[in-house]
Design a protein around this ligand. Structure first.
Ligand SMILES: Cc1ncc(COP(=O)(O)O)c(C=O)c1O
Length: 311
């Protein structure tokens, strides 16, 4: 089965979905995207598309509004395209779905106005993003997180991923799995593609919306699971760099990264230098919820059987 795309308002093999080299978004980063997980449940033989409505709400309400992109689709239409694409693609393994809304005019000139908009979705497989089993070693980045007054982090805006890429590659070149970016003021913001949590004295602590983070859907999932299932509160506040060194446990959250335990920061072990108890418990809860197996959270699930009508 070749990968499929929804492109130019129809479904087609990915190999046929092409854009011109003058496309505005390619030159100026004037696009925004989402990453959605389709988790394959081999026992039930179905996908759980996790919080797909929330992803499209974030794309339309945040990224598209900031970039003045207007799409002729509602959230429910976008969800329907996604479900159809998953069925057409014919995968029976975990998949990653990438919708992208972009300034599609083939026109040069730095601006957001007087340009056409377009949209595509592609479904693909994604190798493990970070090591969620053993935990990862991280560094604080020499790059600072791009500020809300520069490119707002509230949308997943393509151009701002240059900031993330600079930090990620610097970390990788220094032998670390991931970078932790600080704000201009020196507070902890987030990873290159993940939110970050610390466990301090039995509470979860995470940077607030004012520290230039993407308001992650996995972040929100963890805050709710920790409260509902473990009775653990989350404190959203400014976090100092040195708190990373003193935390009992630490982990990243993200659609691509899942819950990735951080066992070392800047050559200092986090806690005992191994995956902590609360992190392990949250990983277990998260896995069952994202497979669509916990009826309490059924609002978060779109269950798709690949045997559905392939029209
Ligand atoms: C910069 C950044 N922060 C955080 C996240 C985590 O967000 P979510 O949990 O919605 O995937 C992502 C990934 O989408 C990201 O790119």
């Amino acid at each position: 089965m070749p990968p499929y795309a929804f492109f130019n308002k129809r479904f087609m093999p990915l190999a046929e979905a092409k854009i011109g080299i003058l496309t505005h978004a390619l030159h100026y980063g004037t696009a925004c995207f989402e990453g959605i997980r389709g988790n394959w449940d081999s026992e039930q033989e179905r996908f759980c598309l996790f919080r797909v409505q929330d992803h499209y709400k974030r794309m339309l309400n945040n990224g598209c509004r900031i970039l003045k992109i207007s799409l002729p689709y509602s959230v429910s239409e976008l969800c329907q395209f996604t479900t159809t694409l998953v069925v057409k693609s014919g995968y029976t393994e975990d998949i990653y779905i990438r919708p992208l809304a972009y300034k599609s005019s083939e026109a040069l000139g730095v601006r957001l106005h007087n340009l056409e908009d377009d949209f595509f979705i592609v479904a693909t497989t994604l190798p493990p993003y970070l090591d969620t089993d053993k935990g990862i070693r991280c560094c604080t980045s020499s790059w600072r997180r791009v500020d809300d007054t520069m490119i707002p982090a509230r949308g997943k805006i393509c151009g701002s991923y240059v900031n993330s890429s600079l930090a990620k590659t610097e970390a990788w070149e220094h032998g670390f799995a991931e970078a932790i970016l600080l704000t201009q003021e020196g507070h902890v913001s987030e990873g290159s593609g993940e939110n970050i949590f610390l466990i301090i004295n039995g509470n979860l602590v995470t940077p607030s919306s004012f520290d230039n983070i993407l308001m992650g859907i996995t972040r929100d999932t963890i805050i709710k699971l920790a409260k509902n299932e473990l009775g653990i509160d989350t404190i959203e506040r400014a976090v100092d760099r040195s708190e990373l060194y003193l935390a009992d446990e630490c982990f990243f959250t993200g659609t691509a990264a899942h819950i990735a335990p951080i066992i070392e920061v800047d050559h200092r072990p986090v806690g005992a230098g191994e995956i902590g108890k609360i992190t392990t418990e949250l990983q277990r809860l998260f896995k069952s919820v994202t497979l669509g197996r916990n009826p309490k959270y059924s609002d978060w699930y779109t269950l798709v059987s690949p045997k559905s009508d392939k029209t």
